[in-house]
Design a protein around this ligand. Sequence first.
Ligand SMILES: CC(=O)SCCNC(=O)CCNC(=O)[C@H](O)C(C)(C)COP(=O)(O)OP(=O)(O)OC[C@H]1O[C@@H](n2cnc3c(N)ncnc32)[C@H](O)[C@@H]1OP(=O)(O)O
Ligand SMILES: O=C([O-])CC(=O)C(=O)O
Ligand SMILES: [Mg+2]
Length: 290
Amino acid sequence: MEKKLRRAMMFMPGNNPAMLQNAGIYGADTVIFDLEDAVAISEKDAARHLVHNAIKTFNYPCEVAIRINHIQTPYGVDDLKVVLAAKPDLIRLPKAESPSDIEEVDAIISQAEERYGFAPGSISMMAAIETAKGLRSAYEIATASPRMVALAIGGEDFIADLKTTRSKDGKELFVARSQLLLAARAAGIDAIDTVFSDINDEETFVNEVNLIKQLGFDGKSVINPRQVRIVHQIFAPTEKEIAHAERVIAAYKAAIERNSGVINLDGKMIDTPMVLRAERVLAYAKSVKK
Ligand SMILES: CC(=O)SCCNC(=O)CCNC(=O)[C@H](O)C(C)(C)COP(=O)(O)OP(=O)(O)OC[C@H]1O[C@@H](n2cnc3c(N)ncnc32)[C@H](O)[C@@H]1OP(=O)(O)O
Ligand SMILES: O=C([O-])CC(=O)C(=O)O
Ligand SMILES: [Mg+2]
């Protein structure tokens, strides 16, 4: 099965009807309708129903995710009660700290799938790690349910938990990003980087997207349509990368025909991991073009 792309996952407040209506037009791989921190407590109930109706009404051309409130707040269970009936593709649990958070949400989703006649397992889950405590259990959280498709880092809350501030080069998040990436990779699921809040600082945003791509992340949470285009551009393999990958595969095939194990391409040794990476570049380029 072809891998699902989750390059830009775009948040919007669940109580903003205009944004919900236009959510699908900006090309994000995933839209995230937020019921958590972007929605005031007095608006929680209205937002749930608005999000439910939007999913039922608009035929979004992308993955549809909902960020619910944490399951142990007074709002999380009610969020699920209302929105699951609309069959979102993905539930994002914020501030996950233990596998039991995931198990609790998983159980409620299973009940809803049965009640509404949805295929078992058809609603996926992801979790955002936003505290040092959550990061210590990242692998257990990632593997707590077969529904889990991604771990994200929630950098704003994480930095508050670290008791520091956010710098332009993100040094304070470096270890957390690396550890989260390792946990996601060990679990075989996607790793998604945090939002970048200063939508007018394009230069720092571009540097940050290049950094997280190099670290190995699959995508980034974003908060504005302008950020979607930048993330998608940076994640797309360049013509040069595609041409190189094609030459690696061709050299590998030619070597197999010659029964030769060692391949030399432009003076550089090519071996199995490089062939795997070249295959991944070509598969990625193919899915990006669609
Ligand atoms: C730390 C966290 O928890 S982050 C997650 C929660 N936060 C959010 O969901 C915030 C999402 N983002 C936003 O609300 C907005 O982008 C803001 C407030 C940051 C900036 O808003 P604006 O100044 O209006 O942005 P901008 O001028 O670029 O908007 C251009 C258009 O895109 C729309 N738009 C902006 N952001 C979004 C979005 N996230 N989703 C959908 N549409 C959006 C605007 O409504 C506007 O539409 P229009 O031209 O039809 O009027
Ligand atoms: O999960 C995210 O990217 C946004 C968020 O809540 C945070 O940074 O605290
Ligand atoms: Mg947060």
